[in-house]
Design a protein around this ligand. Sequence first.
Ligand code: ATP
Ligand code: MG
Length: 614
Amino acid sequence: MATDPTASAASAAPRASNFLRAQIERDLESGALAQRRFGGSPGDAAHHAAGPLDAARIRTRFPPEPNGYLHVGHAKSICLNFGLARDYGGVCHLRFDDTNPEKEEQAYVDAILEAVQWLGFDWNAQVGGQTVSHLYYASDYFPFMYRAAEALVQAGLAYVDEQSADEMRARRGDFNTAGTDSPSRNRTPEENLARLREMKAGALPDGAAVLRARIDMASPNINLRDPALYRIKHAHHHRAGDAWCIYPMYTYAHPIEDALECITHSVCTLEFEDQRPFYDWLLESLAALGLLARPLPKQYEFGRLNLNYVMTSKRKLRELVDEGIVTGWDDPRMPTLFGMRRRGYTPASIRAMADGSGVSKTNIWLDSAVLDGCLRADLEGQAPRAMAVLDSLELELSNWADVYGSADHIEPCTAPAHPQRPELGQRQFGLGSRVWIEREDFAEVPPKGFFRLYPPRPQPDGSVLPGNKVRLKYGLVVECTGFERDAEGAVTRVVARVVPDTRSGTSGADAVKVKGTITWVGVHDAVAATLNLYDRLFTEAQPDAAGRDFRLALNPRSVVVAQGWVEPGLATAPADQRWQFERHGYFVSDRVDHHPGRPVFNRITALRDHSAPA
Ligand code: ATP
Ligand code: MG
């Protein structure tokens, strides 16, 4: 992996070729796609699922199950599928794989729609000046799927099996042993059909029987040893209501969904490679029975995207939420798209990371610093600048009244909103006799190479070396003359004198050379703010690797809440706006907790990657 994440992710050409692109280009060139017709039969609801079919175009799909929130791994799949459709003038379907009623909810459907849109993708296509929605639900195809099941039964390609799940598992065999036939494997199609209709009619309780494909109990590919197609579940479906008490298995439903929607390239992650023979068997069988039209969709597998220090298992993310380890699905430390949005990551930065990570036949491990690099690359040219003090210490300018005639005098200061973009204008703030500086910008005893504030130092010979001079950024040069501390010895105030006529931007600015410039905000006009300083949620690169309990790898400092100060211009800042707080990093006003008058900023990332080797 490249050591400079900014360079690697941001500059990686998003359209670099890969095996999927090569495949699509071959398919477009050969003209094979143009032969396509609709799947299903006329009059079938599913027949119209694919919308107006422009046969020469590619069709991809993103098929989430509405049983949880999308995370950064899904973003990879979204960017890949929508990106291929965009780049090759095709269409990408957003399809809810809602075949498992117990775990699915409308709320997840809504959240997924919102997340896909936020990421910058649209399932609506423009065809001849009209908007065509390519939003689909697998549950709309239940009637077709059931009809296909009956057809398979009648053709002797499926049977009803009453064995228990344990019995079925025991008879499936393993890599070394062929499976054993179920006692009901050789029943007549008529008898199987009667049983299937009983299942559908609700005559049997959950688990009493399944419909299985009749393929090959001795196949070296265990997925072909008569896999289950339908199971009984007396469950309410969030869209289909109580119309069904049998539901298709994912492996059965998915190929049919692809075929009915005329998907050309069904792109999935590597773990489905062993399912591809069944995918092809099923679609070929249904085509042979006249239920589907050729050419049929083809499945292609690519490696998952994984990030170091990030956990993407839906089940474990749910545990983080349920156990209160994070504040919710949109906690800014969560790798969900809602968490990342709230943290302040831009859609463009997530897309750049996903596209830059490429497509390969092995699972990809990316350092989470790559995403931060993409964020910096995206925000560097856009985010307005501001000053903020995170860990404040008061600096008193003791000669202020002497220099300006009044202790209350305010020197107006300006700074560019963005150093390279004059069109964004100037920020205004004032410098008075008291300012907030960072605690770390003062040292009682300066370490070697420390160029910020330190007090005069008495020498063994009785002489005194003067305190250090620094520039208050966009303001004046000040010279440290002393400090105060409380009963416990903690420094409570630093005292300095301003060096007159050293204003930034005036002819006197260079008269006094200083080695340090520090950021600050005025006590009189700074706005108190809560600053959430986030770090990675885990201390281990693979928090849940090899059976490890991820709870043991939690980073106790994944969030540090600082009460600090920001420039006065941010007093009325709206929520969900991003800034670069000079020297501290990129921040966003929190979309939930931030309110003008009660500002809350989240640090998205620091200005540099502090985790990288120096
Ligand atoms: P599960 O199926 O266990 O609920 P899932 O993460 O596979 O979890 P889905 O909703 O089925 O959830 O995922 C939708 C799509 O996102 C699938 O096509 C899946 O392959 C893809 N996907 C999920 N995680 C990743 C990942 N880390 N990298 C790339 N694609 C992913
Ligand atoms: Mg899945």
